[in-house]
Design a protein around this ligand. Structure first.
Ligand code: MN
Length: 286
């Protein structure tokens, strides 16, 4: 089976107006991608019906992603903050379904950003119980939940595939799977192979990004090893390209991801190059 290829909306635009969505969907489609991943950090500005109809018009799929907020964080020990986090997850599941999205992924287990200290046992118990309910909530609207393994500067809940697989085990739902991202793996994992093999069929989604989040192939990530590992486990899920630059700015996400550098300027060239790069890597690994 052919892996569907996706691209993050912030390659094209950080806006949420219908005209921004047109820029994103047209750009992704022109570069040959099958899926657009939309950040929900600014989703309250979305016109869901417009997003959905533009996707349908181009025959494209959607995935949504987000991190939670400091005031809405299910890894907190404060019941009120956990409750807000559960509500934010529910709203995000509904927003994903409203644009016809098949998956909600990202740091669904904590606030984005550098944590003030390590995860507590009570905080982890809150993560498990809220995610268990969110998995049921999401299944009702045919949305799959992905837990993206993020680096230590963005969360204290899961920094390695091993942490995330243990969390998925504890949540115990078929509707929650693992999401690996080469950018984060480069910071936290021993290599690009062992986490993929450890995940096996629990790997549901993949982000490919360079170590500096610029053009694929311009940094030092060992993509050959990573794609060979995907081939080894028979990975059939989507592979989505992420890159961020000060050339395209989201009101919230750019700052949350610490995008302070201008790593690329031409969205169309970046997207086309990424599609070619991923296609070449898949062919080489096959
Ligand atoms: Mn990612």
């Amino acid at each position: 089976m052919k892996n569907l290829l996706g691209i993050h909306s912030l390659v094209f635009s950080g806006g949420t107006k219908p005209s921004d969505i047109a820029t994103i969907v047209d750009g992704a489609n022109a570069a040959g991608f099958d899926i657009v991943e939309f950040t929900l950090q600014d989703s309250h500005h979305f016109e869901a019906q417009s997003v959905r109809s533009q996707l349908v018009e181009h025959g494209m799929g959607a995935v949504c992603s987000r991190g939670l907020r400091v005031d809405a964080d299910i890894s907190s020990q404060d019941p009120a903050i956990v409750e807000q986090g559960a509500r934010l997850l529910h709203e995000s599941i509904q927003a994903t379904a409203s644009i016809g999205g098949s998956r909600l992924t990202g740091a669904l287990y904590s606030a984005f950003g550098k944590a003030p200290g390590p995860l507590t046992a009570a905080g982890r118990r809150n993560v498990v119980s809220v995610l268990r309910e969110a998995a049921v909530d999401a299944a009702k609207v045919n949305v799959k939940l992905g837990l993206e393994v993020c680096n230590r500067y963005e969360t204290n809940v899961v920094n390695s595939a091993k942490d995330a697989l243990a969390l998925i085990e504890d949540v115990g739902s078929d509707n929650v799977d693992l999401h690996l991202d080469t950018y984060h793996m480069n910071i936290e994992e021993d290599d690009f192979v062992a986490p993929v093999l450890a995940a096996g069929e629990r790997l549901g989604y993949v982000h490919v990004g360079e170590n500096h989040r610029g053009y694929l192939g311009s940094g030092h990530i060992d993509f050959s090893a990573f794609f060979e590992a995907l081939h080894t486990i028979g990975y059939e899920g989507a592979i989505t390209f992420e890159a961020f630059s000060t050339a395209v700015v989201s009101p919230t996400l750019s700052s949350e991801l610490a995008i302070w550098r201008d790593l690329w300027e031409d969205s169309a060239s970046l997207a086309t190059s990424a599609h070619e790069f991923i296609t070449r890597q898949l062919a080489a690994a096959a």
